[in-house]
Design a protein around this ligand. Structure first.
Ligand code: FAD
Ligand code: SIN
Length: 537
């Protein structure tokens, strides 16, 4: 086993992890430096595929203000959004967005050279900044990753997966065990601050907009370490992912911004059906649009509806959405002429590791930011484009918090940690599990029983089935390869989602129970902790 020491370890290289690395490096002198580990190539993440944009309540847009943004966020969050957190994130957006611009992110501008703001569902005014038309995430991660690779205090370790957090007997996080995908070796990294920025868990579902790496690793690791996990039943299903066939499972997103620019949803009969579901029609909150589409698909026994973008002026359409137009064209669809087949897909994990605005979790030394965290911003239903903003604001606040924290690397390693490390020094059976098949089974189960519409019976069936899969998979800790680790983590995270959904006996935001159609008057969070019973806070 190899051992190394870093003042700070960051797990994940999406917007949250990359920006945290840069801010920590620029604010704090760290004798032992920063290690940024990431499962794939640097920047490969959900962030990279973000299309619509990032919320910016910025001085360049005098028509906007914090109050309006906070109200929109609270309304979408269906009673579970934390007002203080939202206010802070909204107020900090001007500073952070302008910092991104200084770092090199080029947000799109109009012909006068002013920032271009667009509209997305449930925002009361145009406040979304975008880049590269519909490639905001690619442009942000590219600029951040470039700076990270130029920074000599940040060591980047690609193809490296965090597999277990080192927790001392007095319940403090002292580092992490990592798995090198290329060599198959494990390594121990000691650190006094471990930051989880591992993103979401969309891959737990059969249909998703998320890339392959979004397997809920951070939540599973934190749960196993004894951290509080909050509101995991709230999975956001994006209404409009490109649905070419039932077999096309990793789905390309057709951004909400296309509806923001005027595109209309139509069913098989060509009817603009949203008028029957909401007076906000195509720009109703995401959960409302998703359920409307789901209902139309059921009624028409179809695996998709259509998005008619041909109503948008052709030149504007191609200029504003170059990547969406190209991807559709590559699949034989000219979006200025033909409607796009779309269907909902798992998109965003609203719950996560319970963390405050500084990323502090219930375990000392363990921090969580970005999609892996649950700060209370998103409540039961995330407002579009709030998540990239949350990533960068929380990374910024965390760097500030750490600048007042003792970041000396732990010198004395206790018995608890020695025992943990010992597990990874011993070999395990070389019999490989057929994880590809097992993962498909889990995804199907989650889609059918823990998906857009849920019932007690379906959720109980899912819980029993996941528990059985878990019992049959004997690798609780050390695994043979990446896929086994991912399957191990997916089972844990899927069970947390299912248990949380079972415990929420109401419909709220993205959590829709056909057997509990009411929303309780008092909103409460679900909390899961390995060492305690499930509680409602
Ligand atoms: P991610 O960007 O997902 O990064 C997670 C990182 O952790 C990755 O590098 C991953 O490889 C790594 N990782 C995971 N597990 C491990 C492990 N065990 N060990 C090591 N590394 C690990 N939000 C918006 O605000 N606006 C948008 O327009 C928008 N569009 C979107 C479009 C798509 C298609 C998708 C999928 C999401 C979109 N979102 C959007 C949501 C937003 O992109 C994400 O919520 C946000 O980018 C999450 O950033 P993050 O840094 O927390 O996680
Ligand atoms: C989109 O572009 O529709 C996605 C925006 C988001 O997920 O915030």
């Amino acid at each position: 086993m190899n051992y190394s020491e870093y003042s700070v370890v960051i797990i994940g290289s999406g917007a949250a992890g990359l920006y945290a690395a840069l801010k920590i490096s620029s604010q704090i002198h760290l004798p032992e430096g920063i290690l940024l580990i990431t499962k794939d190539k640097l920047g490969e993440s959900n962030s990279k595929y973000a299309q619509g944009g990032i919320v910016g309540v910025v001085h360049q847009n005098p028509e906007d203000n914090t109050e309006s943004h906070v109200n929109d966020t609270l309304k979408a969050g269906a009673g579970l959004t934390d007002r203080n957190v939202t206010e802070l994130i909204s107020k900090t957006s001007d500073k952070v967005i302008n910092d991104l611009i200084n770092i090199g992110v080029e947000f799109d501008k109009n012909s006068k050279g002013e920032l271009n703001f667009t509209l997305e569902a449930a925002h009361s005014i145009k406040r979304i900044l975008h880049s590269g038309g519909d490639a905001t995430g690619r442009e942000i991660t590219k600029a951040l990753a470039k700076r990270v690779t130029e920074d000599s205090t940040i060591t980047v370790s690609e193809n490296t997966m965090a597999v277990e957090l080192l927790i001392s007997t007095d319940k403090k996080c002292k580092g992490v065990i990592v798995f090198n995908k290329a060599t198959g070796e494990h390594q121990v990294v000691y650190s006094s601050a471990v930051i989880i920025a591992t993103g979401g868990a969309g891959q737990i579902y059969k249909y998703t907009t998320n890339p392959e790496g979004a397997t809920g690793d951070g939540v599973a690791l934190a749960y196993e370490a004894g951290a509080d996990i909050q509101d995991m039943e709230f999975i956001q299903f994006h209404p409009t992912a490109l649905a070419l066939s039932p077999d096309n499972k990793n789905r390309f997103l057709i951004s909400e911004a296309v509806r923001g620019e005027g595109a209309k949803l139509i069913n098989k009969s060509g009817e603009e059906f949203m008028v029957r579901y909401s007076d906000k029609r195509e720009l109703a909150p995401r959960d409302v649009v998703t359920r409307a589409i789901y209902s139309e698909m059921k009624k028409e026994n179809s695996y998709n509806v259509f998005l008619n973008a041909a109503v948008i002026e052709k030149l504007k359409l191609f200029e504003r959405f170059p990547n969406i137009s190209k991807r559709c064209r590559d699949n034989g669809i000219d979006i200025s002429e033909k409607p796009i087949p779309v269907a909902p897909a798992a998109h965003y994990t609203m719950g996560g590791i319970k963390a405050d605005i500084n990323g502090k979790t219930s375990i000392t030394g363990l921090y969580a930011i970005g999609e892996a965290a649950s700060t209370g911003l998103h409540g039961a239903n995330r407002l579009a484009s709030n998540s990239l903003l949350e990533c960068v604001v929380c990374a910024y606040e965390l760097a500030d918090y750490l600048s007042f924290t003792n970041l000396e690397v732990p010198k004395k390693i206790d018995e608890g940690i020695k025992k943990m490390i010992d597990v990874y020094s011993h070999s395990i059976s070389s019999d490989e599990y057929d994880c590809k098949t097992l993962i498909s089974k889990l995804k199907e189960l989650m889609w059918n029983k823990v998906g857009i519409i849920r019932t007690e019976t379906g959720l109980t069936e899912a819980k029993n089935a996941i528990e059985e899969l878990k019992n049959n998979f004997k690798r609780r800790r050390k695994c043979l390869n990446e896929m086994e680790y991912e399957y191990r983590n997916m089972l844990t995270t899927a069970l947390i989602i299912t248990n949380s959904a079972l415990s929420r006996k109401e419909s709220r935001g993205a959590h829709c129970r056909s057997d509990f159609t009411q929303t309780d008057t008092i909103a409460s969070h679900t909390n899961v902790n390995k060492n305690k019973d499930m509680i409602h806070a």
